[in-house]
Design a protein around this ligand. Structure first.
Ligand SMILES: Nc1nc2c(c(=O)[nH]1)N[C@H]1C(S)=C(S)[C@@H](COP(=O)(O)O)O[C@H]1N2
Ligand SMILES: [Mo]
Length: 245
């Protein structure tokens, strides 16, 4: 992977990607402004792109528990943690025009979003936390999607009962404004138990979708050949793929 050039180029790629999206209003430009407003309002109220509720600092849970894997549990991970994840890389591969390999520093330099949201686990507990990180949309625009791109797969460093944890979402959730690659929780670097150094936040969906210990983002046309083919570690064991509210 041509790491250096690609990293250096991410800023430019992101800017290019954003303006391209802004300009790509060939379709939008033909809509009258009232019509456009109506359409946008409707989507905000009823659509898959409605925002999850955001809370205030006063609502933050005193401690955000860990669940599932609470460490990757390998010597490599222990030394990465001890070294502040200086060499951690998040790769962006698959159906993209510019594959990327991003360091934590690269991730921290992208425009950031902070949101205080409630995490709901199917095991029957919830917690409110403040998450910070770049929007996944920014990274995907930087990498550039190929036309066949339909799903985004998240690869994790931890292995449970012999199977690597993984998750996937569709492009509606991938480009949702609250879908971020979080590297901070409650103003601190992400703790080990909560997925250090990077984890997905996909706020309209249940806890198991929020993949921790991220090592790779892979853009695919189909989930059939990933894992057992149902789109995630828990989905392969019977959970719903779409765990949205
Ligand atoms: N890589 C990885 N991601 C994961 C899990 C896991 O075991 N491994 N558990 C999931 C489940 S079931 C939940 S509820 C949340 C828990 O996040 P927390 O540890 O920050 O509470 O992470 C999700 N993401
Ligand atoms: Mo969970």
């Amino acid at each position: 992977m041509r790491r250096r050039g690609l990293i250096a180029g991410l800023g430019a790629l992101v800017v290019g990607g954003c303006s391209k999206v802004a300009d790509s209003g060939a379709g939008q430009a033909v809509l009258g402004s009232a019509e456009r407003w109506h359409k946008a309002a409707q989507r905000l109220i009823t659509g898959r792109d409605a925002l999850a509720t955001e809370f205030t600092r006063a609502d933050i849970s005193p401690s955000f528990r860990g669940n599932g894997s609470q460490t990757v549990g390998t010597p490599e991970y222990a030394s990465a943690l001890a070294g502040g994840f200086a060499d951690w890389q998040l790769t962006v591969t698959g159906l993209v025009t510019h594959p990327l390999s991003l360091s934590l520093d690269n991730i921290r330099r992208l425009p950031q979003r902070t949101q205080i949201t409630r995490h709901d686990c199917v095991e029957g507990w919830s917690a409110i936390g403040e998450w910070t990180g770049p929007q996944l949309a920014t990274i995907l625009r930087g990498a550039g999607l190929q036309p066949e791109a339909r799903f985004v797969v998240f690869r994790c460093a931890d292995v449970l009962d012999g199977a690597p944890y993984y998750e996937s979402i569709d492009m509606i959730d991938a480009f949702h404004p609250q879908t971020i690659i979080a590297h901070r929780l409650n103003g601190e670097p992400l703790p080990e138990r909560n997925g250090a150094p990077l984890r997905l936040r996909v706020e309209r969906q249940l806890g198991y979708k929020h993949a921790k210990y991220l090592t790779g983002i892979e853009v695919v046309a189909s989930l059939d050949t990933i894992g057992e083919g149902r789109g995630g570690y828990w989905e392969d064991r019977g959970y719903q793929w779409y765990a949205g509210a």
